[in-house]
Design a protein around this ligand. Structure first.
Ligand SMILES: [Zn+2]
Length: 408
């Protein structure tokens, strides 16, 4: 904590242009200059229900005339086909369908209310994605509440708001060209619940940190970065380089947090035994989905730690099958593969464990933490808030050598 106290002496709040190394020039902002995030709410749907308490403005890309549309206040189905869109008994021309609510929360899609506007984007002849274009401040109001425990401290909520804002803007600025959305609405990006999930504490955390993001780099050349966070580091985190193959970066390097987050129920987990035939089935299904060699793996016989990071946390595992074929997987690949198609079966909370290879099963022992362990640890953040640290201290400690920047 000495380093943290030292940092607290320097109130690092710079005003620099927000930028990142793979800039997407197509990023949009709302009228107040707040950047938009495009959240994919629903993928490849044949039908969704929509209701509106006030008439929204509707347009399609084939006929770009915005018009108010009297929706019923009870849900009607929206479908898409060769003739265009059908909304209840109405027919609209084809192309992308945009619904702009008259007021935040006045349009309900599949029972959920979101701020911002909705885009219905055809992906096949009769299926479409539903995307929510929302300014990042409004978006965060339900990300922070969904990502944090209800009773946690206001300062850890604010730290989460800063990390999640940085993450979302990084994703929005690096979306692959041609993709019409930036983030998933679940753990693959950040959990987003819409208006119904917002709380007073999450709204306050967002508003009191408005526009503040994390950046890294030499003075004057700071760039935002992908501010990963996860539930519980288990004492030792891992780098984004080891976990995801990202370029090495100091704010996202491995950190030793000792027992700071030991209040987490997942700080220690296991032992957990999973039968080898079950593990084989799961890993093959992961290999199938990823089109990797593991899809043809014979019966798994052992999992061994292949590499640890400088702090001792395992970051790579060697899987061996009954034919002697070996597969080298990063820790996160190992965890994801083992948790694939798990149904109601046991799953690994993290990739921080060691194994005991029994005859018919593999035992996962000395498990620590929950999630990938890169970047800010939410349970560590809460522990620091309980010790009196402020949000800016928590995030600067969580992402070493980062700075706080006001982006807008
Ligand atoms: Zn931790």
């Amino acid at each position: 904590m000495a380093r943290l106290i030292l940092r607290a002496l320097f109130p690092l709040l710079l005003l620099v242009p927000l930028a990142c190394s793979r800039e997407n020039p197509a990023i949009l902002s709302n009228a107040a200059g707040v950047p938009l995030v495009r959240v994919r709410l629903l993928q490849s749907q044949e039908s969704v229900t929509v209701a509106a308490s006030q008439p929204p403005t509707v347009r399609t890309s084939a006929d770009n005339t915005p018009r108010p549309l009297q929706f019923p206040n009870s849900p009607v189905s929206v479908t898409f086909g060769p003739g265009g869109w059908r909304i209840g008994s109405l027919t609209l021309s084809p192309g992308v369908l945009t619904i702009q609510p008259a007021a935040d929360g006045s349009v309900v899609v599949n029972g959920q209310r979101y701020r911002g506007q909705y885009r219905f984007v055809p992906v096949t002849a009769n299926r479409f994605d539903v995307i929510n274009d929302v300014d990042v401040e409004s978006y965060l109001m339900s990300v922070v509440s969904k990502e944090m425990l209800r009773l946690w401290d206001a300062e850890s909520y604010k730290a989460q708001a800063i990390a999640a804002r940085t993450y979302a803007l990084y994703e929005a600025r690096t979306t692959p060209a041609g993709r019409g959305w930036d983030v998933y609405d679940d753990e693959r990006s950040q959990v987003y619940g819409g208006i119904g999930a917002e709380t007073d504490k999450s709204i306050n955390a967002v508003q009191s940190t408005r526009g503040i993001v994390l950046a890294y780099g030499p003075a004057g050349q700071e760039r935002i970065f992908k501010a990963y966070f996860s539930s519980c580091c288990g004492g030792i985190g891992q780098s984004a380089y080891d976990a995801f193959g990202d370029p090495w970066s100091e704010p996202l390097s491995e950190q030793n947090h000792g027992t700071l987050c030991s209040a987490s129920p997942a700080f220690n987990w296991g032992p957990l035994a999973i039968a080898k035939d079950e593990l084989t089935r799961r890993i093959r299904s992961w290999g199938e989905r990823k089109n990797r060699a593991e899809k043809d793996m014979a019966l798994l016989t052992s999992i061994e730690i292949q590499a640890r990071n400088r702090l001792g946390r395992p970051v790579r595992f060697l899987l061996t099958d009954i034919r002697g074929a070996r597969y080298s997987l990063s820790g996160e690949e190992t965890r994801t593969a083992i948790n694939s198609n798990a149904g109601n079966g046991p799953v690994l909370y993290s990739s921080f464990f060691r194994t005991i290879n029994d005859a018919a099963a593999i035992r996962f022992v000395d498990g620590h933490g929950r999630g990938h362990g890169v970047g800010m640890c939410q349970w560590c953040a809460q522990a620091m808030a309980e010790r009196g640290y402020k949000a800016n201290q928590i995030v600067l400690w969580s992402y070493p050598r980062s700075k706080l920047v006001k982006a807008y």
